[in-house]
Write a protein that binds this ligand. Structure first.
Ligand SMILES: Nc1ncnc2c1ncn2[C@@H]1O[C@H](COP(=O)(O)OP(=O)(O)OP(=O)(O)O)[C@@H](O)[C@H]1O
Length: 204
């Protein structure tokens, strides 16, 4: 595949339990991060999303992180954590009206039940919540998605649906950094795979 211009650039990034880390992602690129439990993978994603304090040179489409308001950065470089938080009691409460049609279509592609928007968050299964967190993130049109074990709770059909959607989405000049414990998934999804060891990334 032909990768396009540089989208996310990270140089000498250091934070709690992570670093120094240097990586560059092209538009259209998908990167997998593997590694032992506790190696710092989730901390790296939080650092990239600017949810934890860090030092280093990070740019998005050439714009330095410091020049972008934190809320804006987090919307453009969006983390989908392993266990998402919910701020409304219903599924639909997490979507603005303008996002609804896209969100319903994305939910269907991820094999979520047709009435998902009408349901309450508390009744959703683990796998439904996991996919819904992805629908919610995609509806906000990020440029980079940081995914922490996005299919860990899913059956094979749902996993395949998530992978297919992410591959398609990333081709639109987007980028993905995905933490996974599944080497086959890394092989299927990622252009490059890294292993994290004590907070540092090495090519796998
Ligand atoms: N807020 C915190 N305060 C202290 N230690 C923390 C904090 N957050 C994470 N850690 C520690 O930092 C290390 C790395 O955590 P992290 O969540 O990044 O691991 P991980 O590689 O994602 O592991 P897993 O594969 O189990 O999800 C762990 O030892 C964890 O206990």
């Amino acid at each position: 595949m032909m990768l396009q211009s540089q989208l996310l650039s990270v140089q000498e990034l250091n934070g709690f339990g992570v670093g120094p880390v240097s990586i560059t992602l092209a538009a259209g690129e998908r990167l997998a991060v593997m590694g032992a439990s506790g190696a710092g993978k989730s901390l790296l994603l939080r650092l990239l999303a600017d949810l934890d304090p860090g030092e280093g040179k990070v740019t998005l489409a050439g714009e330095p992180r410091d020049a972008i308001a934190a809320a804006c950065w987090r919307r453009r470089v969006m983390l989908v954590p392993a266990q998402a938080g919910w701020w409304a009691s219903t599924v639909s409460g997490h979507f603005e009206l303008s996002m609804m049609d896209t969100a319903v279509a994305t939910a269907a592609r991820l094999l979520l039940p047709p009435d998902i928007m009408k349901r309450e968050i508390r009744v959703l299964s683990t796998g439904e919540r996991q996919r819904l967190a992805l629908v919610r993130a995609l509806a906000r049109q990020p440029e980079v998605l940081l995914l922490d074990e996005p299919t860990s709770g899913l059956d094979p059909a749902a996993t395949e649906a998530v992978e297919a959607l992410l591959v398609e989405w990333s081709r639109e000049r987007k980028a993905i950094v995905m933490v996974t414990h599944d080497a086959m998934q890394a092989q299927r999804m990622a252009h490059r795979t890294f292993t994290m060891n004590r907070g540092r990334l090495m090519p796998a």
